[in-house]
Structures are given as C-alpha cells and as structure tokens.
Design a protein around this ligand. Structure first.
Ligand code: ADP
Ligand code: MG
Length: 508
C-alpha cells in the first residue's frame, strides 16, 4: 500500500519533472529587422516552467516583436526557438498554440460579432461536445480563475478586461503551457488587473505553467514577477531576480547619460506658463496637485516612466484634458476656461507623439496639409498658393518629399520636419510629447536647433520624453513624475544621471 503510494508519488514527480523539461522555452540568437531597424538583436533567453517572468523595456524596445516570434505571429530573420530542447518552426499562432505557446496580444484579436462561446470555440477542432457541454466547460474554467464570463453574451458587449479573460480561457483550453501577456493592464480596471494577476499566480504556482508578462511598467513587473528580463533598443541588456531595487531596473531600461554639451540659457524672466496646484483626473490615473513655473524662452522637461502623470499634465496644458482643480496662468493671466481652441488662439501649439495619429493626416498630400492650416477667406481653396507654400517649407525645412507626396510616405524624420514647418510663428508655448522618438541623430539635432531659434524669440517649451538623455541635455529645468505625483523639480545643470535615475524609479 505504502509502496504503491510511493510509486504513485514518484510517478507524479517524474511526470512534473518531465513536463518541466518539455516546456522549457529557449530562444537562441533571435534576430529580426524591419528594413534597417533592428527590432531584435541576437536575443537569447531561457524561460522555465512554474515561474512568472517580466519582459521589461521602454516603448519600442522590441518586446512585442520577440513575443510575436515566440508565439508564431512573426518569423525571425534568424535564430531558433526550442521547446524542451526541440527546435520549432511556427508558421502561425495556431501552430504555436498546438505546441503549447499562447499569446494574448496587445491588440485583441477576437471577433466582436460572435458570442463569447463562439469565440471560445474559434479555431478549435470540433470535438464531440454539444454547445451546452462546451458552455458548461467554459463556465467551469472561468470559475477556476475567478473570471466572470457569460458564454451567451456578444463579445462586442464585453469590456476590455472581459475580452482578455475570454482570450486567456481560449488559449488555456487550446492547451497553452506557456502564456504570454503583452501589456495586458492597459485599458482594464484596477479590479480586473487584480483578478488577472491572481489568475497568473495560480497558473504558474499551481499548474506549473510558464507566464511571461510584457510590460513597460516597473511597478507591475515588481508586483507580479519572479524574474525580469530587460530589453533596450532591441537588445537583451540584463536579467534580475525580483523584487529588486527599482533603480537597478531603471538603469538597465535607459541608456547611460552622455556628457552634456553646454547650452544657451535663454530664459527671459517673463512668465510664460504658471501652474498652481493643478489637478487632472482620468478614469485610470489621478494627478496630484502640481505647481510649476515656466519663463519665456525656457525649456521644462517632464521626466518619468510612462504613465506616471506627466503626459496628463501636458495634455491639460494643451487644453485637451480639463483641470479638476487648481489654476493655469498663461503670460500671467488666469485662464479659468482653458480648452484646446483657446490654447491655439493664445499661441500655444501642441505636438502629439503619434505624428500620423494626431498631428498629420494620412491620405493627404503636403499641399493639402498647407490648405488645412492656412486661413482661407471664402469657400475656395487657393491651390496654387498652397502648393507654393508647401514648396517653400520643403526647401526651408529640408524635407525630403514633394508637394504631391502623401504624408504617410515620408520617413518619420521628414514627417516631423514638416510638422514643424506647419507651426505658426511667434508662439508663446510649444507642448511636445516625445518630440524625437524614433528619429535619427541628425533629425533630432535639427529639431532642437529649430526649437532653440524659437526660444530666442521668447517661446517657452514644455516637453515629455522617455529619453533621459534628451531630458537632461535639452531642458533648463526638469520635473520628475512618479505614480501620478510630481516628485521633484530640479535645475537640469545640477542634476546627475544617477539622481535622475533614482527619482524616476520612484525614490525620494
Ligand atoms: N511590423 C513592423 N514594421 C515596421 N516596424 C516595426 C514593426 N513592428 C515593430 N516595429 C518597430 O520595431 C521596434 C520594436 O517594436 P516593438 O517590438 O513593438 O516594441 P515594444 O513592444 O517594446 O514597444 C519599434 O521601433 C517599432 O516601431
Ligand atoms: Mg509592445
């Protein structure tokens, strides 16, 4: 009897041991380029069963690309994927799932016109199950992970969090042993996040599955994961057991700061923007009262991990989000009903991070963009005049393109140049989100030269950037945000890279 129990136990142990070996995930020198951009640079990494990994890195670091390769959604240029030591060549996500790898994508892939049950059954071989049996199986599975799922609801009526839960269940029912979740907490409630994290713990601790959380948010990786791999600009730059001091992760996520060239001080001691206990609320984040001053000709850089509140403040200054408290003064004058059209009238320009989403209009030529911003009197657009203007901007701002070029066919650097060309002269304030993200050094320098000329005319600049080097090198003053709070405002010239890194990690 005892011997039988012992044999059973050791069989169990053997099976678990076997399963672990089988599902060990190994990526060897994975390389992926999009044109000349290296999204994954010879990345080698090992994931063990029963553990929760964080794949951490700033936006654009290459996280999604690496995970899309592991889940069969994209093919690597070279490198290999091994599951339990056996090489895999996934031609599709379906093949990867059949081998045990499932991924919850950043953008949901479900079909909204289907019911929950239909989505759940999507892509599965029709077993002998009746719809009723399948619905019951789905409910039982949902219950196990604390998900609240009604099989007969239409997917279009589900919240983002519920759609995620459904997709996770579909992957689990499809046999996923390795589960990848790409930025799953974007767009879901705090309560849904807690349920999701609890289910991930159950899956790893009780079922021995391998969990990979892809995120650019330090806090959530620290909260959930056993181990973090950090990507920076397409490279794997390190791995650390968690929890660890935030500072260690921050220094891996961001480049070392380069020595800073001396920069001209152009502050003119005339108030440009003054924020007094400004508060901003959105559904997801609350910005605690912020007070900041900006003089004409000055540059204020807002630093912090993405989602720390700095973007909210910038958008509130542009009149795109209402203030929920405090006051905003422009040129010393209080603006109680601040909004975007008013901001434009007062000489405030806002440049969004997504050039083609908010600043420029895909499908329009450069000439048509000129017509959009020019003040036409009457109904007729003066096309020859707008074409001439487009030509002038192309030559003054050295844009590689023609008046007839569609804006989306220009490179990122040239789009940004053209966006600058369209900015009116004599602005009081320019607000920018990641002004040089994805641009090469030449375009970056060019943009800051243009901004310097505007500073000399008294334009103040407020910008958000994830690039600490840019913040340190281009600002007069730096305001550091963490967790919806302004932690500190300091003069850029006296701030060391270390100090900045510490603050960004949330240390006081
Ligand atoms: N399909 C694609 N075509 C061209 N460039 C891409 C494509 N997918 C990703 N990239 C680029 O590859 C880099 C890495 O992107 P991604 O893996 O999505 O980063 P992350 O998930 O870390 O934010 C970025 O510069 C991105 O613009
Ligand atoms: Mg991504």
């Amino acid at each position: 009897m005892l011997a039988a129990a012992h044999a059973a136990a050791s069989t169990d142990f053997f099976l678990v041991y076997l399963a672990n070996i089988i599902m060990q995930v190994q990526l060897n020198t994975i390389h992926k380029q999009f044109g000349s951009l290296v999204a994954n640079d010879e990345i080698s990494v090992l994931f063990e069963p029963g553990r929760i990994y964080g794949l951490l890195g700033e936006n654009g670091a290459g996280k999604s690309t690496l995970m899309k390769i592991l889940s069969g959604y994209q093919r690597p240029d070279r490198g290999e994927i091994l599951l339990g030591g056996a090489p895999q060549h996934f031609a599709s996500p379906r093949q990867a799932l059949a081998a045990g790898v499932g991924m919850l994508y950043q953008e949901p892939l479900d079909v909204p016109v289907f019911t929950v049950l239909e989505n759940y059954l999507l892509g599965r071989a029709a077993g002998g199950e009746s719809p009723r049996q399948a619905a019951r199986a789905l409910e039982a599975l949902a219950q196990r992970y604390g998900f609240d799922i009604d099989p007969h609801e239409h997917t279009s009526e589900l919240s983002m969090g519920e759609r995620q839960q459904l997709e996770l269940l579909r992957l689990l029912a499809g046999g996923a042993q390795v589960l990848i979740l790409d930025e799953p907490t974007t767009g879901i409630s705090a309560e849904q996040k807690d349920i999701l994290f609890a289910s991930m713990r159950t899956l790893a601790r009780e079922e021995g599955k391998t969990l990979i959380l892809v995120s650019h948010k330090l806090d959530e990786v620290q909260e959930l994961c056993d181990y973090a791999f950090v990507l920076r600009k397409g490279r794997l730059v390190g791995g650390l057991p968690l929890p660890c001091p935030n500072q260690q992760l921050v220094s891996l996520m961001f480049d070392e700061l380069a020595p800073r060239p001396a920069r001209r001080q152009l502050g003119q001691h005339a108030p440009a923007l003054s924020l007094q206990s400004v508060q901003v609320h959105t559904g997801r984040l609350e910005l605690e009262p912020v007070s900041l001053q900006l003089q004409a000709g000055q540059v204020l850089g807002l630093a912090g991990l993405e989602g720390s509140g700095q973007e909210l403040l910038l958008r509130a200054c542009a009149g795109l989000l209402p203030l929920s408290g405090g006051s905003l003064l422009l040129g010393g004058e209080s603006q109680p009903d601040w909004n975007y059209p008013l901001a434009r009238q007062h000489g405030v320009a806002y440049l969004a991070a997504g050039r083609l989403e908010e600043g420029l209009v895909a499908g329009l030529t450069l000439t048509e963009h000129m017509a959009l911003v020019s003040h036409t009197h009457g109904l007729l657009v003066d096309w020859p005049q707008n074409r001439k203007l487009a030509e002038q901007h192309i030559s003054t701002y050295q844009v590689v393109g023609q008046p007839e070029s569609y804006i989306e066919n220009l490179s990122g650097g040239n789009q940004q140049r053209f966006l600058f060309a369209m900015l009116p002269q004599n602005l009081k304030l320019i607000l920018m989100e990641h002004p040089t993200r994805g641009l090469d050094i030449r375009s970056t320098d060019w943009i800051w030269e243009q901004l310097d000329q505007r500073r000399a005319q008294g334009t103040a600049i407020l910008f958000v950037s994830a690039d600490l080097d840019e913040i340190a090198a281009r600002s007069d003053q730096i305001a550091v945000f963490s967790g919806g709070r302004l932690l500190r405002s300091l003069p850029a010239a006296e701030t060391s890279a270390d100090e900045l890194g510490h603050l960004i990690g949330g240390a006081l």
